[in-house]
Every structure is written in structure tokens, then in C-alpha cells.
Ligand binder design. Structure first.
Ligand SMILES: C[S@@+](CC[C@H](N)C(=O)[O-])C[C@H]1O[C@@H](n2cnc3c(N)ncnc32)[C@H](O)[C@@H]1O
Ligand code: SF4
Length: 394
């Protein structure tokens, strides 16, 4: 066997490797968003690009990346030459252009020139934050784009010829009726993207919408939310989009492999301020501050906070939580074999209760949530977490 073939075999045995790059720039802050971002000044962009270069040199790259995801923030805030520079340096560090490479773009940042640079670099997938097609709802979210910009951006993305295009939509927005949500889903389907992510609005601490919620200016309505969830699933199934995760739907061959790999507890390297990593035996997130991240990198250290060792028990816990959010469910026996010392009796009791209550079904060693269970995925996840906690000794 040649040296190259044996290296490739070793890489395949170690599983897929993802790279996540957090591009922390936005023109303004949307009222719902808690992702770390800052203003894209010339100095900040230069510091970010130099920092990513430094960070890639501190990563232990054991094998080439199989997927890459640029999120944010809005990577589209970078000028075409800066996109090209970022692409070249990350690609060189991580072993070339991966099979799947997603870039998130806000509609207002989509230009033919930026798209051409991304295509040329090897990007295969564009994900665009649409949120809604209705001006009043977009205003209520503090979004900068108009529906017309969405249509123009989508046309440009399609014309550029990416293999896969995702649109993000949000529901349970303040004042949004069921009919308005159905119209948004219908309009997204009419554009015929390959993938759709539909997120239920969460009120993240310290966002403008969270302030409104705490002042009683907007209200939560879990029953309305549940009705919107269910209507989405039916509408998208009828349009040929298969649900594969609580918030994600795809046409055949278009699931996001990068996200699936992270939910299956594979490894990924996170680059940029606030980016999380799960790699090389540890998990942690970079500091959410461009200057601090950069300062630490210039001292030759990665700026990761909350580093924890990746124990089999930690991986098993998260494999259960994220696996139950997948329509395919999770292979409990496989994880039990991989991590026999985890508190499986407590987990089995919980899963049996979920099955008895009609929230989950078990087929051989695989457990998956039913439609009713998927509506309660967050609370099931919280209970799984509890089951994995060591008992408090008196
Ligand atoms: C990290 S954001 C970046 C996308 C890109 N910057 C844009 O806005 O077009 C990815 C997606 O997460 C979703 N999202 C962000 N904050 C959310 C929240 N608080 N509740 C629900 N969905 C949210 C939005 O749909 C958004 O498009
Ligand atoms: S949703 Fe996107 S554009 Fe809006 S603040 Fe968050 S990252 Fe920036």
C-alpha cells in the first residue's frame, strides 16, 4: 500500500473533520440575534484576517477537512479580495477545498462579484438569512433587507451556480399569524431552494426583543408556536422537503453534512472570535471579543475559554440530546457500547417513559422522537441532560 493510501485510510477511520469560521461582522444588529459580531472597520477586518492566519498555525491538523462552514456575523460583509484571502488561507491550512463548503450570506450583502470569488474558491453551498418575506415582520426583527433584496440576491446566487442553496426562515415572530407564516413558507417553496431551515424565534438574553419580552411588550404563546411547527412540517413535506432535524429540511441529496457531522459528535475546528471547537480531545469556545482573541493569538496561544476534556460520557450525553433532534434518531446501543460507564439506567428509564407517553419510538436499538415528541424536543433534551448528571451525594 502506498504511503498516501495508508494516510487516507487513517483519515477515513478517524471520521470526518469540519472547519467552522466565525466571521464577526454585521452592518447592524438584528433585534433577535445574540451571535457575536462587531462593526466591519478596515482595522477590525485586517485584524480578523491576520488572526485567522495565526490561529490556523496553532491548530493540530491531523487530517484534511471534509466540510467547512463560514458563519457569523455575515461573511458577506467582507470585500471580494478579503473573501479570497480568507478562503486561500483557511483552505491551505485545512488540506484544500472540502467536499461541502457553506457560506452564510445576508441578502443585502450578495453581489455577483462576491459570489464569483466564493465559487472560484470552491464554496459549494450558500445559506441566506431571509427570515420573512413580509416587510412589517422584517421591520419587527430589525432586519436591514427588503423582500426585493431577497429576490435579487436569490437570483444572483442561483445564477452563480452553487450546488446547494439554503434559506433561513423564522417563525413565532411577534404578531405573526398562522396565515402569514404559511405564506412565508409558500413563498420560500416557490423559490425552490435545495434546503430550508425554519427557526422558532428564541428570545436570547440582552437582545432588543428580549428587552421587549421582559417589559411585557411582546408575549410568548407556546400553543400558537406548536401549531406553527406542525403546519410547517406538513407544508414542507407536501412540497418535497424531507425533515431531517427539528429545524432543517432538504430535498434529496441536500442535507447539510457539516451540521449533521457536528450533531453526530464528529470533530470540528473552530476559527475566529466566539467559534467553538471539538477537536484533539477537547471542546471549548474562543473568547467572544475580536481584540482579546487577537491579543491572545499574538502571544502564540489559542483564545479558547471553558476548555473541557472530551470524555466518552460527555460525547454520549450530547449524542443523545442532538440525536433525538434528528428524524433518524440515535443508536442508543452503539453509544452504550462506546461509553459503558455513563448513567445508562437513568437514561433508559427516561427513554422508556418517552415511549410510553408517545413522545418517542424505539426500533431495535434506535430511539427517535415522534412528531409530538419533536414539539417538546427542548424539554426532552433538558431531561436527558439531567439523567446524565451524577447523583448528588448527601
Ligand atoms: C448566525 S445567523 C447568521 C445569518 C446571516 N448573518 C443573516 O442574518 O443573514 C443564522 C440564522 O440563525 C437564525 N437565528 C439567529 N438568531 C435567532 C433567534 N434568536 N431565534 C431564532 N433564529 C435565530 C436566523 O434565521 C439566521 O438567519
Ligand atoms: S442575524 Fe445575521 S445580520 Fe443579523 S445580527 Fe445576527 S448575524 Fe448579523
Amino acid at each position: 500500500m502506498s504511503h498516501l493510501a495508508s494516510e487516507q485510510d487513517k483519515a477515513a477511520a478517524a471520521g470526518p473533520l469540519g472547519v467552522y469560521v466565525h466571521v464577526p461582522f454585521c452592518a447592524s444588529t438584528c433585534d433577535f440575534c445574540a451571535f457575536y459580531q462587531t462593526k466591519p472597520t478596515v482595522g477590525a477586518i485586517e485584524s480578523f484576517l491576520a488572526g485567522v492566519d495565526e490561529e490556523t498555525k496553532l491548530v493540530k491538523w491531523h487530517r484534511p477537512a471534509t466540510t467547512m462552514f463560514w458563519g457569523g456575523g455575515t461573511p458577506g460583509m467582507l470585500a471580494p479580495r478579503d473573501l479570497a484571502r480568507l478562503a486561500a488561507l483557511v483552505r491551505a491550512a485545512s488540506g484544500g477545498a472540502p467536499a461541502e463548503w457553506t457560506v452564510e450570506l445576508a441578502p443585502s450583502s450578495v453581489t455577483a462579484e462576491r459570489l464569483a470569488v466564493l465559487r472560484h474558491a470552491g464554496v459549494t453551498r450558500v445559506s441566506m438569512g431571509v427570515q420573512s418575506f413580509q416587510p412589517a415582520l422584517l421591520d419587527g426583527l430589525g432586519r436591514q433587507h427588503t423582500p426585493v433584496q431577497v429576490y435579487r440576491a436569490y437570483e444572483r446566487v442561483r445564477a452563480a451556480g452553487f450546488a446547494s442553496v439554503n434559506l433561513d426562515l423564522m417563525f413565532a415572530l411577534p404578531g405573526q399569524t398562522a396565515a402569514e407564516w404559511a405564506a412565508d413558507v409558500q413563498e420560500a417553496v416557490r423559490l425552490a431552494p435545495d434546503h430550508l431551515s425554519t427557526y422558532c424565534l428564541t428570545f436570547e438574553e440582552d437582545t432588543a426583543l428580549w428587552v421587549k419580552l421582559s417589559q411585557g411588550r411582546v408575549k410568548l404563546d407556546p400553543e400558537h408556536e406548536a401549531r406553527l411547527y406542525e403546519s410547517t412540517w406538513a407544508q414542507l413535506a407536501a412540497a418535497g422537503y424531507a425533515q431531517y432535524e427539528v429545524s432543517n429540511f432538504a430535498r434529496p441529496g441536500h442535507v447539510c453534512r457539516h451540521n449533521l457531522n457536528t450533531w453526530h459528535m464528529q470533530e470540528w475546528v473552530g476559527l475566529g472570535p466566539s467559534a467553538a471547537s471539538q477537536h484533539d480531545g477537547w471542546r471549548g469556545a474562543n473568547v467572544s471579543d475580536l481584540d482579546q482573541w487577537r491579543a491572545q493569538l499574538s502571544r502564540g496561544e489559542r483564545a479558547t475559554e471553558d476548555r473541557v476534556a472530551l470524555t466518552p460520557a460527555l460525547l454520549a450525553e450530547d449524542a443523545m440530546i442532538f440525536g433525538l433532534r434528528l428524524n433518524a434518531g440515535v443508536d442508543v446501543a452503539a453509544w452504550r457500547a462506546r461509553c459503558p460507564e455513563a448513567p445508562w439506567p437513568a437514561v433508559e428509564v427516561l427513554l422508556a417513559r418517552c415511549v410510553a407517553e408517545g413522545l418517542a419510538v424505539q426500533e431495535d436499538s434506535r430511539v427517535r422522537l415522534t412528531d409530538r415528541g419533536r414539539l417538546l424536543a427542548d424539554s426532552v433534551g433538558a431531561e436527558v441532560m439531567e439523567a446524565f448528571q451524577p447523583p448528588i451525594l448527601a
